[in-house]
Design a protein around this ligand. Structure first.
Ligand code: SAH
Length: 492
């Protein structure tokens, strides 16, 4: 292996050609990888080495010698300091191009898909018409400022110092008014913000969640204690901001001295302990502790594709692995015979069951457990479950466990719909499915988080019936092919 002798403060020239998971630019000097914050693919820069490890280094951009064609001015005033939105200075169409190519390159490099097949089967990325104000949930840390007053904002990248901002452009505009109401109540009642070093102070975080369809709003105060003073005063100030739509105010005690935002329980001080919202045709009851998709517009598109790719007729047995609060299971239950959702977090399964009830869905059941373990009990001869016709997986970034994929291969469903938040592990898993007799039918990347480097992908995998060439050209999926073959047989 080549020996490199880079050291701190060395000056280097780099051309940035990629983006890391946290949104830093990636460039190579003599083949050695450097991560450089606030740089973009196409930038040619002078940088100073900050830190070097055995296989990569970090550098600071000193001068942009030639700027990327994709660069634009970030709209947000705290863009350079804030830890969110690392790509806001990259034109949105360039962000989409970059994300599409990331999925495509991973499919080719890791998934073993040929360039021609990737061109044919990877459909255009689904972006947003307006990539701002898309988040329905925000969690603002509250800290005391040097002026002796409480401030709310966001953490600066990789730190715990709060960047004050009166408006975050990916959150609803009204949030800044709700935050002001909380801060004014704190000032009036001499309530101190939490201090991480001393563990003193009361208010740690303010969580605000909006139902984009229902318009209902919930404000949740995470506190370092169990009670707050002047509850009525706080509620009045919040109602003044949202007289019609504020439906829930809660306090969530968290006296632990760690980085986890939420405590384990909450108390309702106004309205209900939850708000409701509708997504993919299902009504969800959302408590301060519930998981709920944060970009509802794109979730509709992402899960809508998953529903299309599942091609259900109303009869099928569907297995939804890594089901979370059951969004996909409940959506598919309307088009399937029966759905089983499996999820490792018990609280999410409780929410899924509750949401099934709220929607009067009786053909969906939910099991708490690790997907790779629960699926073993579904294998032939291991129980009396119906074999799934369609399996949906929506795993976390690390992808599916190998034993989970092997069990799916043994179950041999007609189709697998894979929803992924990491193109690299998706591609690794697609390779295994293909080796196991499945075929990549089609895939669509979806931009769930504009201005971040993340991209989701929905993939349809079907059984690999070796197809004659003319059928391949019209890109019908395996089942259509099967149906055509059947009718050909009948007509002799
Ligand atoms: N489709 C879901 C979201 C899936 S996110 C929804 O709409 O709610 C991935 C989920 O996988 C998370 O809920 C996570 O808790 C769960 N998970 C992680 N590891 C798991 C495992 N080994 N088995 C089952 N579920 C797992």
């Amino acid at each position: 292996m080549k020996e490199y002798s880079f050291k701190k403060n060395d000056e280097i020239i780099l051309t940035i050609d990629d983006i890391s998971d946290d949104g830093s630019g990636i460039g190579r000097s003599d083949g050695f990888i450097f991560f450089v914050k606030n740089t973009l693919p196409g930038d040619h820069i002078k940088a100073k080495v900050m830190k070097v490890t055995k296989s990569y280094g970090f550098a600071r951009c000193m001068e942009i010698i030639e700027s990327s064609n994709g660069r634009c001015k970030a709209r947000c005033s705290v863009f350079e300091k804030c830890g969110g939105c690392s790509l806001q200075n990259y034109k949105y169409e360039e962000q989409l191009k970059y994300k599409f190519n990331k999925v495509k390159n991973d499919l080719i490099r890791i998934g073993g898909v040929s360039a021609e097949e990737a061109d044919e089967k990877l459909l255009p990325i689904v972006g947003m018409d307006d990539p701002y104000r898309y988040r329905n949930k925000a969690q603002y840390p509250v800290r005391m400022g040097k002026d002796g007053k409480p401030h709310a904002g966001f953490f600066a990248g990789h730190t715990h110092s709060v960047i004050e901002t009166d408006d975050c452009l990916i959150e609803p505009e009204i949030n800044s008014k709700l935050l002001d109401a909380v801060l004014n109540w704190m000032i009036k009642n001499h309530v101190k913000a939490y201090d991480e070093e001393s563990g003193k102070g009361l208010v740690r975080h303010v969580l605000i969640r909006h139902g984009f369809t229902s318009k209902e709003c919930q404000v949740n105060l995470v506190i370092n204690g169990s009670k707050i003073p002047d509850e009525a005063g706080l509620i009045k100030l919040l109602i003044d901001v949202m007289p019609d739509n504020l439906k829930s105010v809660t306090v969530c005690p968290n006296t632990r001295r760690d980085n986890v935002i939420l405590g384990d329980s909450y108390r309702t001080i106004y309205g209900e302990g939850y708000i409701t919202d509708t997504l993919v045709g299902i009504t969800f009851k959302i408590s301060p502790l519930s998981f709920y998709q944060v970009n509802p517009d794109q979730t509709e598109k992402l899960y809508g594709l998953a529903r299309d790719y599942a091609q259900l007729t109303g009869e099928e047995e569907v297995l939804d692995l890594y089901c979370g609060i059951g969004t996909i299971s409940l959506m598919l239950s309307k088009k399937a015979g029966h759905v089983t959702g499996v999820e490792i977090i018990d609280r999410a399964i409780k929410d899924a069951k509750e949401n099934a009830k709220v929607n009067a869905i009786v053909n969906a059941e939910f099991i708490t457990g690790a997907a790779e373990e629960v699926i073993q009990t579904m294998l032939p001869g291991k129980g009396n479950r119906r074999t799934p016709d369609v399996v949906v997986v929506d795993p976390p970034r690390k992808g599916c466990a190998r034993s989970c994929i092997d069990a799916i291969l043994t179950l041999a469903p007609k189709r697998v719909v894979y929803v992924s938040c990491d193109p690299a592990t998706l591609s690794r898993d697609i390779k295994i499915f293909r080796e196991g007799g499945f075929e990549l039918i089609k895939a669509t990347p979806v931009d769930m988080f504009p201005h971040s480097s993340h991209v989701e992908t929905v993939v349809c995998l079907g059984k690999n019936f070796s197809k004659p060439k003319d059928y391949i050209q019209i890109r019908i999926d395996a089942e259509d092919y099967y149906r055509i073959k059947e009718s050909e047989k009948k007509s002799g």
